[in-house]
Ligand binder design. Structure first.
Ligand code: MLT
Ligand code: MN
Ligand code: ZN
Length: 310
């Protein structure tokens, strides 16, 4: 099974169009130790030929342009794509808006939890994906679903599981109480398994906290891509970017007693990679002390084009 990080950035990407924080300035200036990152998505393939997107970011067009494997081959038919399916983990703009890039009547399948399918079905702009060519299939939590696309079995199964999180920003309901109207299935993690080899990995780009259930599920995993939005809960406030903590946005931070480094240190996950990294995060500077601490704790910082074979 091949996994490719299409975009390791969070919503807005790195640099973000309207952001002049120290990180965004440095990457725009081409400073040493800084590389741009597009918005949050992975691609996975059992055979290296047919690919499944895990989330579809607004940067998908560029991500396809940067990955030969995701483009039609010279011998393919007049209309062709190796992209056969897309699995969506939540309703974030950075995870869903890229579906619009996949219009043009190309057959592929969309998989998501009912809560996310309701958002898709309720937004008529997504009708540009003709339902006959692009079926939408519901993922039941805790069930292993074999993925298919354009009538072919893709050799992969996916299991969605609920993780602590928040409803998408534009769906927040201030009148619904402290959970802002969040319900089960609004944020899921994915376990993707190769049916031939039996190997699997986890993808959790949004997660508010690592509770016991999640810890038990991830214990001893071979490979994990995990929410690396912020290094410190209040970094966006301290940098004068936005008056919101990570906790308020439904994202655990990397550092601190309640952070993901601490949560994962007893769990013996063999390879751990941060994705969905916000532009304010000091780990985006290859030479920062925060980056050193993150790597010393056994984590890798994801980057666009990173490829892993398992
Ligand atoms: C998030 O990950 O919290 C969202 O992508 C934020 C946003 O929509 O800007
Ligand atoms: Mn996001
Ligand atoms: Zn910035």
């Amino acid at each position: 099974m091949l996994v490719r990080v299409l975009g390791a950035g969070a919503g807005g990407g790195f640099p973000q169009w309207n952001c002049n924080c120290e990180n965004c300035k440095a990457v725009r200036a081409g400073a040493a130790g800084f590389v741009p990152r597009t918005q949050s998505s992975l691609a996975v393939s059992s055979d290296g030929k047919a690919w499944v997107l895990l989330n579809a970011s607004p940067d998908l067009r560029q991500q396809i342009a940067d990955a030969r494997a995701l483009q039609p081959g010279p011998e393919d038919q007049k209309r062709a794509s190796p992209i056969r399916a897309a699995v969506i983990t939540n309703g974030d703009v950075d995870h869903m808006a890229g579906l619009i890039n996949l219009r043009e009547l190309q057959p592929f399948s969309i998989y998501a939890h009912r809560r996310v399918l309701n958002v898709l079905n309720g937004n008529s702009i997504f009708n540009i994906l003709n339902a006959e060519a692009v079926p939408r299939t519901e993922l039941e939590l805790g069930m292993s679903t074999p993925l298919s696309g354009d009538g072919n079995d893709l050799g992969l199964t996916v299991e969605a599981f609920d993780v602590p999180g928040k409803i998408a920003l534009y769906l927040e309901d201030e009148n619904a109480g402290p959970d802002l109207g969040t319900d089960t299935g609004d944020t899921v993690g994915l376990k993707v398994t190769d049916q031939t080899s039996g190997v699997s990995f986890f993808y959790i780009p949004g997660c508010a906290t690592v509770d016991d259930r999640l810890a038990q599920r991830l214990k001893g995993a071979d490979l994990l891509f995990f929410d690396g939005t912020l290094y410190e809960d209040d970094e966006m406030i301290r940098q004068d970017l936005m008056p919101k903590t990570g906790a308020r946005m439904g994202h655990i931070s990397i550092s601190g007693a309640n952070g993901s480094i601490a949560a994962f240190s007893p769990l013996k996950v063999k390879r751990k990679i941060y994705v969905h990294i916000n532009n304010s995060n000091p780990v985006l500077d290859d030479n920062s002390p925060e980056r050193q601490q993150t790597e010393a704790a056994g984590w890798e910082v994801g980057y666009d084009g990173m490829e892993i074979q398992i």
